[in-house]
Design a binder for this molecule. Structure first.
Ligand SMILES: Nc1ncnc2c1ncn2[C@@H]1O[C@H](COP(=O)(O)OP(=O)(O)O)[C@@H](O)[C@H]1O
Ligand SMILES: [Mg+2]
Length: 248
């Protein structure tokens, strides 16, 4: 039950100082991203610049993100942020602290004069994103919200691209590493504009759906601006069209 104290807790904002699980203090600076699910701030932890993702606790996606980043650390993955800590604000908000990346791949493309990556850059991004997804798949999870704003290069001179935003991720194997059988009528997850054909048909998603999205990004993202209706894409899929021309 919500206590009187919880009801008064406001959303974390710039200037707030939060206490982490290890008793350290993290100061929130300006917002880096305004996601659909929460907000990401630039933060300062022991003189180190970091990213701090916050969400209303009722949403409940950050615990999964924390779990996956802890696993990634154990597995010595190279395309995942380092987790520096996490915590709660008066039981009303969750937050997690991770390494600070560069702007995401969507923002970086929008900063280009013609808003298009060169073929060379596109190829490098494709290879790096596939490696990032391969790491996630190797621990039995699919991402289910693959899009350019969920990938970003590291800061500095590294050419590694990192994957993040695991709130919608889901296991695709069971405890003994056997592939789970697809569920029927799974409802909607993801982002309409970037979803795979199976997602639009509301079928259970699998590793291939992440890959399909890359194909659509490479071929279509630069040219289409409209939001695709769920049914029109499902119909095209039904007709077996590979050559999807997305209506504006
Ligand atoms: N570690 C990070 N470093 C820098 N920017 C980040 C980091 N994580 C997220 N962001 C920025 O915040 C945005 C929203 O974060 P994300 O985890 O994708 O949340 P949402 O679930 O709201 O989409 C990202 O698209 C990116 O621009
Ligand atoms: Mg996101």
């Amino acid at each position: 039950m919500m206590s009187a104290e919880d009801k008064d807790v406001r959303i974390p904002i710039e200037g707030d100082i939060l206490a982490t699980n290890t008793g350290e203090s993290i100061t929130l600076h300006q917002k880096l991203g305004n996601g659909a699910m929460g907000q990401v701030f630039l933060g300062k932890l022991n003189e180190r610049h970091v990213a701090v993702k916050t969400e209303k606790k009722a949403l409940g996606l950050i615990p999964l993100e924390v779990k996956l980043l802890l696993t990634a650390k154990r597995e010595k993955f190279t395309h995942f942020c380092t987790l520096y800590g996490y915590g709660k604000v008066s039981r009303a908000y969750n937050f997690m602290i991770m390494s600070l990346l560069n702007s995401d791949l969507y923002q970086l493309r929008m900063e280009l004069p013609n808003k298009i990556y060169s073929m060379n850059t596109t190829t490098k991004i494709a290879i790096q994103s596939l490696k990032a997804m391969e790491e996630l798949h190797s621990i039995g999870y699919i991402h289910r919200d693959i899009k350019s704003s969920n990938f970003a290069p590291g800061r500095g001179r590294s050419s590694t691209i990192f994957i993040f935003d695991f709130g919608l991720s889901r296991r695709f194997v069971d405890g003994s590493n056997m592939k789970l059988s697809p569920r029927k009528n799974v409802g909607w997850r993801g982002t309409v504009r970037y979803a795979s054909l199976n997602a639009h048909k509301q079928l259970d998603l699998a590793r291939r759906d992440n890959i399909e999205k890359i194909r659509i990004d490479d071929n279509c993202e630069l040219s289409y601006t409209g939001t695709v209706s769920v049914t029109s894409v499902a119909i095209m899929a039904e007709q077996g069209s590979n050559n999807i021309s997305i209506p504006e």
